[in-house]
Design a protein around this ligand. Structure first.
Ligand code: GTP
Ligand code: MG
Length: 200
């Protein structure tokens, strides 16, 4: 798929204020600093459509971007940011859960996982929650460029082994780097294929 236009639409914490749910929508979620905003910029060929930061906790709101006037891409705040207080965390959970559970045109959630790290409980639990609630998701491994060559072949089998202790089969997965564009075509083709079956 070719990205012709990508524009920011609105940010908020209230699902009733999101754009009308009349086009396919895809959300990006994962631990703080995993590379969600960078991936969105990589996919849309923009340097700073979504705001990026070296410090975790940059994205705080539900951010809608309209792509090719045909579908929405959504940047969500990260979870698992240690400095977030309990009150803030509960507030986050409330609006993100509500968004994920109620957004009718949300066709797939991309759960981002840093390919350098061992499987983390917080990610496994979050994917478990998506599964229990019947929310379709795929895994996107990020920052492949940061792996040593020896790790490039071994991180996925290791992750899969952990997942298969919980799941009967692996969800679809993508391996990406926002620095060098690895995985871009595969992700965009996947999005295009899902959107083809969408009827509002
Ligand atoms: P929050 O909004 O805080 O939840 O973070 P985020 O998941 O949106 O992460 P963001 O895209 O802001 O990136 C965090 C840091 O990781 C930044 O310093 C990015 O430059 C870096 N980064 C993201 N993706 C990649 C990648 O594929 N390769 C490399 N080398 N660095 C990356
Ligand atoms: Mg972000």
């Amino acid at each position: 798929m070719k990205i012709n236009t990508a524009q920011f639409v609105i940010s908020n914490t209230d699902i009733t204020k999101c754009p009308e749910a009349n086009m396919p929508e895809y959300a990006f979620i994962g631990r703080s600093n995993v590379g969600k905003s960078s991936l969105i910029n990589m996919l849309t060929n923009r340097k700073s459509l979504a705001k990026i930061s070296g410090k975790p906790g940059k994205t705080q709101l539900i951010n809608h971007f309209l792509i090719n006037d045909e579908w929405y891409l959504v940047d969500l705040p990260g979870y698992g940011f240690a400095k977030t207080g309990k009150t803030q965390r509960l507030k986050w959970e409330k609006f993100i859960n509500e968004y994920l559970l109620k957004r009718e045109n949300l066709l797939n959630v991309f759960v981002l996982i840093d390919s350098r790290h061992e499987p983390q409980r917080i990610d496994l639990n979050f994917m478990g929650w998506l599964g229990e609630n019947g929310i379709p998701f795929s895994i996107v491994f990020t920052k492949l460029d940061k792996l040593r060559p020896s790790q490039k072949g071994s991180f996925y089998p290791q992750y899969k082994r952990e997942m298969l202790k919980i799941w009967e089969e692996m969800p679809p997965h993508f391996i990406t780097s926002s620095t060098d564009g690895t995985g871009k075509e595969e992700l965009l083709e996947y999005i295009e294929a899902i959107s083809e079956n969408y009827t509002p």
